[in-house]
Design a protein around this ligand. Structure first.
Ligand code: NAD
Length: 512
């Protein structure tokens, strides 16, 4: 089991390779014989190995999560909120160490990792308030002496599958809301970021035990495809919240649908930004840069497609070229570096293959795409810009890397239509000072994405809004607004406090 002192864990990680378990049920650690290595993106070296859960262990974690749920669902919601409040205090106290773990495993620049931990804190604060606001409606009835209302009840054990690029915040969005809603949570983190997951589990278990709750309310399973399938096929799992590629979401979604289970899917994006003639160019360039280069282009909301009005095309491309050629890339622990490595060699190879395919489809590389280091010294590559037709087939895919496709347009309606023509529907933005243009973009005939912004970039959402996307992005909404409803079941109650039994719709069914 991990030392409670996260700083000491980090120290260990830097100094020696460690082996971690396959399943964590509250404080209990289970091991298996099948292990996989965790490779650090910063230097290409092994930092740890983790066990992969066995079929028997997965059965055990579901059973223990189920019995912990039975105890947790009857705890009043504001008391469940108090658990999240105490957990968030621990997260605050360990903010820097947690951020270092994210940078170590995901290669994310330290400033962004600190931002991710802050996001975890923010969603906890939101969930604490929410724990006193799980409101249902009362509804006017057509029958005398009757009352109709809605209640929201906990669901049961929930599985959270998370992607490598937000190894703490994505779980945070889910677990904070799921727990105040009265559910137990089994987390299947990315095998790239097991230590970030274990650190979060440590702190949550610490808060659970301090309040004398069953620590099995929170579990972690390290698994690959087979283990995940076993987990999500289990009918005792009442919701599968999965964040990752569209390919993963499709595979999981079909399985859970086959057993009539519930999913909450947060999948890949292919995000676009439109720059209109009236745009404030200084804002636009900064927004494009952060959206395209932040997290080395490895955010679900990263900017992939840039539509520039033809009158501005040459000017914007020149400015972007300067930024792309001078952006500091290197060790993510050095705060001067705005970009770290890609997550692994596969990500580097995928970016290079996409550039090759773009060229084959008539694209022109404007800058970037050069490998900076050899694979055994980290996965660093220069970000690239490619000028290409917006209907090229490579442009329809999400390449999870700092690769930006640029297109020029004449009419805004054409740009919006091209933006919407891809299968994903996560994030979008327009830069304009023209009210008619921005309102068109936000209207029902404008952007078809779950996120549509005006004069800010495609990435960097706050936790207060519902986060998620349409079409192949999965349709799920997490985090703020009323996303909590995804973690509860709604029951409609009709109460008759009279002496008659009138039927709805005026139906008469009187016995002779
Ligand atoms: P990924 O799809 O490879 O993996 C995500 C998770 O699913 C991991 O835990 C992984 O182990 C598991 N997984 C993958 N394939 C599986 C399969 N066939 N069966 C069972 N489990 C499987 O994604 P990634 O590389 O970790 O992350 C990048 C992707 O995630 C991008 O597509 C990105 O857009 C997306 N993402 C989306 C959001 C969102 O909120 N919409 C947020 C973060 C990342």
């Amino acid at each position: 089991m991990l030392d409670i002192n996260i700083q000491a864990v980090l120290q260990n990680l830097y100094n020696k390779q460690q082996h971690y378990g396959s399943v964590y049920i509250g404080q209990q650690t289970l091991y298996s014989k099948q292990n996989i290595d965790v490779i650090c993106p910063i230097d290409g070296k092994k930092i740890a190995s983790i066990g992969l859960s066995t079929a028997v262990q997965i059965e055990q974690v579901v059973a223990e999560s189920q019995s912990a749920f039975k105890q947790w669902e009857v705890v009043p919601a504001p008391q469940r909120g108090e658990l999240i409040r105490q957990f968030s205090v621990l997260v605050r106290n360990h903010k820097t160490d947690l951020a270092k773990m994210i940078s170590l495993e995901a290669g994310k620049p330290i400033q962004e990792s600190l931002g991710e931990v802050q996001e975890l804190i923010d969603v906890c604060d939101f969930a604490v308030g929410l724990s006193r606001q799980l409101y249902g409606l009362t509804i006017a009835t057509e029958r005398p002496n009757h009352r109709m209302m809605e209640q929201w009840h906990p669901l049961g054990p929930i599985v959270v599958i998370s992607a490598f690029n937000f190894p703490m915040a994505v779980w945070g969005w889910n677990v904070a809301l799921a727990l105040v809603c009265g559910n137990s949570v089994i987390w299947k983190p990315s095998c790239q970021c097991p230590l970030s997951a274990l650190a979060c589990q440590q702190l949550l278990v610490q808060a659970l035990t301090a309040l004398n709750y069953n620590p099995a309310i929170s579990s972690i399973v390290f698994a690959q495809q087979q283990g995940v399938e076993q987990l999500v096929d289990n009918k005792k799992i009442k919701l599968v919240s999965a964040t990752g590629s569209c390919q993963m979401g499709r595979a999981i979604g079909i399985r859970v649908a086959a057993r009539m289970g519930r999913t909450l899917l947060e999948l890949g994006g292919n995000n676009a930004l439109i720059v209109c003639p009236s745009a404030n160019l200084s804002l636009a360039i900064r927004a494009i840069t952060f959206s395209a280069l932040g997290t080395s282009g490895q955010r679900c909301t990263s900017l992939r497609r840039l539509f520039i009005h033809q009158s501005l095309h040459a000017n914007i491309i020149e400015q972007l070229k300067t930024v792309y050629q001078t952006v500091k890339i290197g060790d993510p622990f050095n705060p001067e570096n705005l970009m770290g490595p890609l997550v692994n060699q596969v990500a580097v190879d995928t970016m290079l293959t996409s550039i090759e395919q773009a060229i084959a489809e008539g694209g022109k590389v404007i800058c970037g795409g050069e490998i900076i280091t050899k694979a055994d010294s980290g996965f660093y590559i220069r970000p690239a810009i490619v000028q290409i037709s917006s209907d090229a087939s490579i442009v329809q895919q999400e390449t999870f890397a700092p690769l930006l496709y640029v297109h020029s347009f004449d009419l805004l309606e054409e740009a919006i239509s091209a933006q919407n023509s891809v299968s994903q529907g996560l994030s979008s933005a327009i830069f304009t000072e023209n009210l008619q243009e921005s309102e068109l973009f936000l209207s029902c005939i404008g952007s078809d994405c779950g996120i549509a912004n005006v004069n800010i970039g495609t990435s960097g959402a706050e936790i207060g809004g519902a986060f998620g996307g349409e079409k192949d992005t999965g349709g799920g909404r997490e985090s703020g607004s009323d996303a909590w409803k995804n973690y509860m079941r709604r029951v409609t109650n009709t109460i008759n406090y009279g002496n008659d039994l009138p039927l709805a719709q005026g139906i008469s069914f009187d016995m002779p």
